[in-house]
Design a protein around this ligand. Structure first.
Ligand code: Z5A
Length: 221
């Protein structure tokens, strides 16, 4: 299938789009860099759908509100884990898979590596259970590329604190929680070096964005 691009040239849609996820701890710059990646792909005439987790559909956004609400009743670890995957099931079925199968690329702010990091690392939940849920909910779906922005926890938290707005349920965790999250992300990167590309987030924004462009580039050919 072909379609007309903004620059006026025709580009052939591949049978299936690519799935890119952006990951990292507090304040590493995910929100800041999502529009950069979107524009970079548009520049290369790639149709991209931008989304996030938890969230991305009406129901999944409601689950997100429940999960992030700092004033909710205490949520058990199992309930938190299952809610993450319930939101993900809805997101994959209604948004991610349809977009990919129509040849669109999908750019997602956090995905299942966040579950390994926050529920597996932060909450010390069993990684085998997470793997089992991943297989159940995703089948063979895995990101084609995961960009992991990494920096020391305290520096990321200091950046995040400068933003306005209420602190959510995760942000009120202790620093030791975020240290475990970071280590779990780094273990994921060691485990999947082909898929997960680690980028130092405590560089200038230009340097971070150059590094992001470099890791996306091989997908364009
Ligand atoms: N969660 C989970 O537990 N399990 C799961 O499976 C999933 C999620 C999918 C969702 O939060 C929460 O859900 C998350 C994990 C959990 N909890 N936490 N914490 P989220 O993803 O919506 O938001 P977040 O993680 O809290 O992200 P963040 O704190 O908003 O960070 P960020 O988006 O990476 O940072 P930012 O807002 O882009 O940047 C922070 C500041 O730094 C800002 O002022 C920027 O202008 C500045 N910045 C960014 N880059 C630079 C550079 N390079 N130099 C200088 N300053 C910079």
């Amino acid at each position: 299938m072909t379609f007309f691009t903004q620059t006026g040239s025709f580009r052939r849609r591949e049978d299936r789009g690519k799935f890119i996820t952006l990951e990292g701890g507090e304040g590493v710059g995910k929100t800041t860099n999502m529009p950069f990646i979107q524009e970079y792909l548009h520049y290369h005439n790639i149709p991209v759908m931008v989304t996030r987790e938890p969230g991305g559909t009406k129901l999944a956004e409601k689950i997100r509100d429940l999960l992030l609400d700092a004033e909710s009743e205490s949520i058990s670890e199992q309930a938190e884990l299952l809610l993450m995957f319930a939101a993900r099931a809805q997101h994959i079925g209604n948004v991610i898979e349809p977009a990919l199968s129509q040849g669109n690329w999908v750019l997602c702010d956090r995905f299942t590596d966040a579950t390994y990091a926050y529920q597996g690392g932060g909450r010390n939940m069993d990684m085998g259970t997470i793997e089992w849920l991943e297989d159940l909910v995703q089948g063979p779906l895995r990101p084609d590329l995961t960009i992991l922005l990494d920096m020391p926890v305290e520096a990321g938290m200091a950046r995040a604190k400068k933003r306005e707005g209420k602190v959510d349920r995760f942000e009120s965790e202790k620093i030791s929680f975020f240290e475990r999250v970071r280590q779990a992300y780094l273990r994921q990167a060691e485990r999947y070096p082909e898929r997960i590309k680690l980028i130092k987030a405590n560089q200038s924004l230009t340097e971070v964005q150059n590094a992001i462009a470099n890791v996306i580039q091989p997908l364009l050919t």
